[in-house]
Design a protein around this ligand. Sequence first.
Ligand code: SF4
Ligand code: SF4
Length: 350
Amino acid sequence: MSIIRFVNTDGLPAFLAYLSKDARVLAPVEKPADKKSVVFEEWTQGKPFTLEKATVPAKEAVLPQCETLLTYKRDKDPEDPSRVSLKLDDTPQAVPTVVFACRPCDARGYVTLDRPYLQGPMVDPYYKARREQLTVLTLTCPRGCSTCFCHWVGGGPSSPEGSDVLMTEVEGGIVLQGLTPRGDALLEGSGLEDGAARFPDAEAARKAAWATLNKAPDLKEAPAKVAARFTDVDFWEKETDRCLSCGACTYFCPTCYCFNITDEGDGYQKPGRRLRTWDNCMSPLFTREASGHNPRTAKALRMRNRVSHKFATYPENWGAFSCNGCGRCISNCPVCLDIRAIVLDAVNAE
Ligand code: SF4
Ligand code: SF4
């Protein structure tokens, strides 16, 4: 039986203060400049936060936009300058982190990232160090929205996958349900009141959220159908016509995980460092090779790669879609390209 707790709305800052005693807490914060963006930022005492769905996923918790993989310093032997010694530090930088009030699609995003970063032939030590110190407190969604389609791809507004604690808003506060030993331990030490009596309210709220969703199409055949379209360049050209190749769809995605690696500094005059930064497969530069040859010069070929990876190749490798239906690529696309329409066109094509 999992641990159930209840927190009054007024008690949330004190709960966040408890969470931040031993960890960095990333909470959704409204950007005052436009009031339209909600981003995850480190919470400190007194900082306003919101329970709105963030415009940007909390992917930074495990995969920062830019991180230093290693630093290096080279020294020439003054007696024999042809001899160079190299000092290198590649210790992963990770601190205990709590993600507070992400949504179920974001929490499932961590599971999607875990497979290639932790379960493949190579384990990424930097990702692993962060992931092992991550606790995820997910707020269930009160309703579906026009761009969300989590229930098409195996999730839902109260999906538990990837979460340590599932939180549901009820009248007067939030019911918190531990889902993992880590989540249970966190709730047990919180000093919050027992929430068992309010759990039926949480269950009712979750059920009501499911009832707001549209009917999901059957995507069982999607991996085979999308793969079957791979050589149909006309199909991809038609679907990609409006695309500007801006890359917003990948940068806002909780499950995109491509990166680039660059070195800065020569290591002699000043220490050098190797950086890993997010990259995006919708950019024409993404696949440009050192020779200048580029196998994906056309935007249709890049869209084919993006959609096929999420709905055909990744499922073939890992048995699940690498799209969690968060809808951010739809809401943030400047020309309103809709990945749902592309997948459905592929599924329904003769
Ligand atoms: S956000 Fe829209 S316009 Fe930009 S690359 Fe993605 S599909 Fe193309
Ligand atoms: S592809 Fe779009 S809808 Fe799917 S997880 Fe990424 S941003 Fe969300």
